[in-house]
Write a protein that binds this ligand. Structure first.
Ligand code: AMP
Ligand code: MG
Length: 529
C-alpha cells in the first residue's frame, strides 16, 4: 500500500488522445480533442465527511492516509500531487431522447489514472470541483445533498453486487453553492461538496457520439482503438472484427447491469446516453431512486414526470435505445447495418435470459416459470407493496409438508402483511388473487422438492434486506447538513452487508414512513444538484 504522494499515476488516456490546446476553464465548443487540461477550483475550508476504506485499498492507498490533511486537500482539488495532470473529458449525448450536442465533464475533473499492485488502472475523478470548458454556463459545483447521495449509493450498489463506479471520499468545500432545487424560483445557498469517484474508466456512450456528430471519423476511430486497448485489452489488437466483438460486449455488459437494477429496485432517473458507461457500470448518480412500493411506472425525476421516459419498468427498453444510438455513432467505422442489428440482439437475449433467471432466483424456483412470475408482478402493482420487504418475507414462508388447499388465504398472506402500505386496500378479491398465487408458488416448490431452509438462504442472497431507501438518504442528508456525519458512516457500514440480518439495524429495513411519501428528496428529485 502506498502513501498519497507515492501513488503511481499513469496517463494512458491523455497520452493516447488529443488534448484541447487551450487550458482555461471558459465554456466553449471543443473540436478535435478528447479532453481539456483544467485545474480544480480552490475551496475555502475543505473538511472530510467520510471515506470508503475498501476503495482506498482498491487503488493501493494506505488507509491511514485518508485521515491526513493532505488527503482532504487532494480530494477537494486544493492540492495537486506530483504525477497528477487534471483534465475534463469532452462528450456529447442524447438527453431525454434528443441529441443535446456537446456536454462533457462540466463539473467533474479527472486527477489521473492510478495503477494498483495487480496492474489494474483506476481513474480518480472529483465531482463538484469547479468549472471546466464543458460547464455550459453553470458553476461546476455540487451540493452536499447530491454528494451524500452519490457517495453512499455508489458504495451501496457495489456491495449489492451491481456494477458501478465507486466513491473514495466525500468532503465539504466550505463554500456555498446556490441552487433552485425544484426550479420554482426559490433559490437557496447550500453547502458545497466534492465526491472523489473511482472507476477503471468514465467513458460513456456519448464519448463516441460526439465525434460522429462532429463528422470527425478519424478521432472516432482513434478513440475506439484507445478504449479497446485500455478497457477491453482481452479483445486484442483493434480491427473491424474487434470493433464488432467490442460492441457485442458492451451490449452484454449493459444488459447485465440492467438486470441487476431490476433485481434490486433501482431507478437511475436520467438514462441519457452521456450517463451510460461503456463498461456497463452504473454511472452519474443524480435524481435516482429506489422502489419502496413496487411500481413499474415510478420515476423519481421530476424533470421526467410528464413522460416518465426513465421509469423503472422502462429501463430495459431505454438501455436498448441508448445502445442503438451508440451503434449509430459507431456505424461509420464498420458500415455494416446487419452486423449492428445482430449485435443488438445480444442485448435482447442477454437481458431476457438474465431477467428470467434473476426472477427465478428471487423466488427461489428450481425451474423457469414465466406465467408465475408475470402474475406476481401484476399482483404486486395492484396495491402498494414494499418490494424489498416482500421478497425477504416471501423467503420465510414454509411450504414443505403444507396442505395448500387447506390453508386459508389469510394464513398464507400473514407473513407478507408487513410489506403492505395500506392494509385497507387488501380487499377480499385481492386476498383471493394473492392467495391463489401463493398456492401456485407453493405447488411449484413442492413439486420440485425445494427445501424451505435452503430456499430462504438462496433467496436472501439475491433479495437484499437493506437498500438505500430514498427516505434514508434524506435523513442522512438532514443530519450531515447540520454538521453530524455519523449517519453517513453508519449507512456506509450498513450497506457493506446488505443481504445480512444486522442486529440493532432493523429500523433501516423499515418501509417508507408516511412523512416521506411526499417530502422533497424522498419521493421526488430534480436534476438540481
Ligand atoms: P447530468 O444530468 O448530471 O448527467 O449532467 C448533464 C451535463 O450537465 C453534464 O455535461 C454535466 O457535466 C453538466 N452539469 C450538471 N451540473 C452541472 C454544474 N453544476 N455545473 C456544470 N456542469 C454541470
Ligand atoms: Mg452525467
Amino acid at each position: 500500500m502506498n502513501s498519497l504522494i507515492k501513488l503511481p499515476f499513469e496517463h494512458r488516456f491523455t497520452r493516447q488522445l488529443p488534448a484541447d490546446p487551450k487550458t482555461d476553464n471558459i465554456c466553449r465548443t471543443v473540436l478535435g480533442a478528447s479532453y481539456s487540461y483544467v485545474s480544480p477550483t480552490k475551496t475555502s475550508q475543505p473538511q472530510l465527511v467520510s471515506y470508503a476504506q475498501e476503495v482506498a485499498e482498491l487503488i493501493g492507498l494506505n488507509i491511514s492516509e485518508c485521515r491526513s490533511q493532505l488527503f482532504t486537500q487532494v480530494m477537494t482539488g486544493n492540492e495537486i500531487l506530483k504525477g497528477m495532470k487534471p483534465y475534463a473529458c469532452c462528450y456529447g449525448g442524447h438527453q431525454f431522447g434528443n441529441w443535446a450536442g456537446q456536454l462533457g465533464d462540466g463539473r467533474a475533473i479527472n486527477l489521473g489514472e492510478v495503477m494498483n499492485a495487480e496492474g489494474h488502472h483506476y481513474t480518480l475523478q472529483l465531482k463538484g470541483a469547479g468549472m471546466t470548458p464543458y460547464s455550459r454556463g453553470s458553476d461546476g459545483l455540487a451540493v452536499l445533498r447530491s454528494s451524500v447521495r452519490e457517495y453512499l449509493c455508489s458504495e451501496a450498489m457495489h456491495h449489492l453486487g451491481v456494477p458501478t463506479t465507486r466513491a473514495l471520499s466525500l468532503a465539504l468545500t466550505g463554500d456555498h453553492v446556490t441552487r433552485d432545487m425544484f426550479y420554482d424560483g426559490r433559490s437557496k445557498a447550500e453547502k458545497g461538496a466534492v465526491v472523489c469517484r473511482v472507476a477503471p474508466s468514465f467513458t460513456r456512450f456519448g464519448s463516441f457520439q460526439i465525434y460522429t456528430a462532429q463528422g470527425n471519423h478519424d478521432l472516432l476511430k482513434r478513440f475506439v482503438d484507445v478504449t479497446i486497448k485500455n478497457d477491453f485489452p482481452h479483445l486484442g489488437t483493434p480491427s473491424k472484427t474487434t470493433y464488432m466483438e467490442w460492441f457485442r460486449e458492451v451490449c452484454q455488459k449493459t444488459a447485465e447491469m440492467i438486470v441487476h437494477w431490476q433485481r434490486v429496485g433501482f431507478v437511475h432517473g436520467v438514462m441519457n446516453t452521456d450517463n451510460m458507461s461503456i463498461l456497463g457500470l452504473t454511472i452519474d448518480y443524480g435524481p435516482y431512486g429506489w422502489l419502496d412500493n413496487y411500481d413499474p411506472n415510478w420515476t423519481p425525476n421530476i424533470t421526467d414526470a410528464a413522460e416518465s421516459r426513465y421509469r423503472f419498468g422502462h429501463q430495459p427498453q431505454i438501455a436498448y435505445w441508448n445502445l442503438t444510438q451508440l451503434a449509430n455513432a459507431l456505424y461509420p467505422l464498420i458500415n455494416n447495418e446487419a452486423a449492428f442489428q445482430e449485435a443488438l440482439v445480444v442485448y435482447v437475449t442477454t437481458f431476457n435470459q438474465g431477467w428470467q433467471k434473476m426472477m427465478q432466483n428471487k423466488l427461489g424456483l428450481k425451474h423457469e416459470n414465466e406465467p408465475l412470475i408475470e402474475e406476481l408482478l401484476r399482483i404486486l402493482s395492484l396495491v402498494e407493496t414494499d418490494m424489498t420487504i416482500f421478497y425477504r418475507q416471501l423467503a420465510t414462508l414454509k411450504f414443505e409438508g403444507l396442505n395448500l388447499e387447506k390453508t386459508s388465504d389469510d394464513e398464507l398472506l400473514a407473513p407478507l402483511i408487513m410489506a403492505y402500505y395500506q392494509l385497507d386496500c387488501l380487499t377480499p378479491a385481492y386476498k383471493q388473487r394473492m392467495g391463489a398465487w401463493l398456492r401456485d408458488y407453493g405447488k411449484c416448490l413442492q413439486s420440485s422438492e425445494v427445501n424451505d431452509e435452503q430456499r430462504k438462504l438462496a433467496m436472501n442472497a439475491v433479495n437484499p434486506k437493506y437498500v438505500f431507501r430514498n427516505y434514508l438518504a434524506q435523513l442522512a442528508i438532514d443530519k450531515a447538513d447540520a454538521g453530524d456525519f455519523s449517519m453517513v458512516d453508519e449507512l456506509l457500514e450498513l450497506f457493506r452487508h446488505p443481504y445480512d440480518e444486522q442486529k440493532d439495524k432493523e429500523h433501516y429495513a423499515e418501509k417508507r414512513p408516511d412523512w416521506a411519501r411526499t417530502r422533497a428528496g424522498c419521493s421526488k428529485l430534480s436534476c438540481s444538484s
